[in-house]
Design a protein around this ligand. Structure first.
Ligand SMILES: Cc1cc2nc3c(=O)[nH]c(=O)nc-3n(C[C@H](O)[C@H](O)[C@H](O)COP(=O)(O)O)c2cc1C
Length: 203
């Protein structure tokens, strides 16, 4: 059996989707990306507030922002998606981000952050559904932030419980994300293995 080994570090792309200047979901995302690095992962941030991805099909595919985002998505082995809870749903900007890709998400693992006055569980579930539709894998738990309780006025995250969960998600995403990605890449390169879902992604 041939084995294709991934490079030693997993590439984790954090996607922030709030357009608010002092976004709690994006602030939390930045904290977790630091912890990904502490866990020997490579981390990059795609802040959709800074890279304004046009609405799907509204601009040519070689537009600068689309090319930039596509490169980052292809670089990633795993993702952490952060959204505010908007009407029990994900933000329009993260949905628009999803719409650009599908096969690029297959065999990759996703973690989720939702900022909400409630638990944000429906918004999280909608992101899970979109990821599952693209044959991505989801971490079995996510981070739900309640800004009034979890942050102070200086935008410091003060909830010890949430900080522990942040550490846990960073660690788990690096470990499980790498296992899943490695297996997917191995299956992708073993053309004798026909009946695996990775087989559908061979060129
Ligand atoms: C259009 C809109 C809809 C919202 N809907 C909800 C909602 O359904 N439930 C909720 O708990 N918060 C809702 N909120 C509040 C935001 O989720 C909350 O302020 C969140 O912290 C914003 O995240 P951010 O700081 O990352 O931008 C809504 C806010 C806006 C602007």
């Amino acid at each position: 059996m041939t084995t294709t080994v991934l490079k030693s570090k997993i590439n984790v792309l954090g996607v922030g989707s709030s357009m608010r200047h002092r976004s709690y979901s994006t602030a939390t995302l930045k904290l977790i990306l630091d912890r990904v690095v502490d866990n020997e992962g490579e981390a990059k941030l795609l802040d959709l507030q800074e890279i304004r991805l046009p609405m799907l099909y509204s601009r040519p595919n070689d537009s600068k922002e689309i090319v930039q985002v596509t490169e980052l998505v292809k670089w990633a082995d795993a993702f952490i998606l952060a959204t505010p809870d908007y009407h029990g749903s994900m933000s329009g900007s993260i949905k628009n981000f999803f719409d650009y890709f599908w096969s690029e998400f297959a065999g990759k693992t996703f973690g989720y952050i939702v900022a909400s006055h409630e638990k944000g569980l429906t918004a999280m579930d909608q992101m899970r559904t979109a990821v599952r539709q693209c044959y991505g894998w989801s971490m079995p738990y996510g981070l739900s932030i309640n800004p009034e309780i979890d942050f102070n006025d200086k935008m410091d995250l003060i909830s010890r419980k949430l900080l522990l969960r942040l550490d846990m998600l960073a660690r788990d995403l690096v470990v499980y994300g790498k296992l899943i990605r490695e297996q997917f890449v191995n299956d992708l390169h073993q053309s004798s293995l026909v009946n695996t879902f990775a087989g559908y992604y061979r060129n």
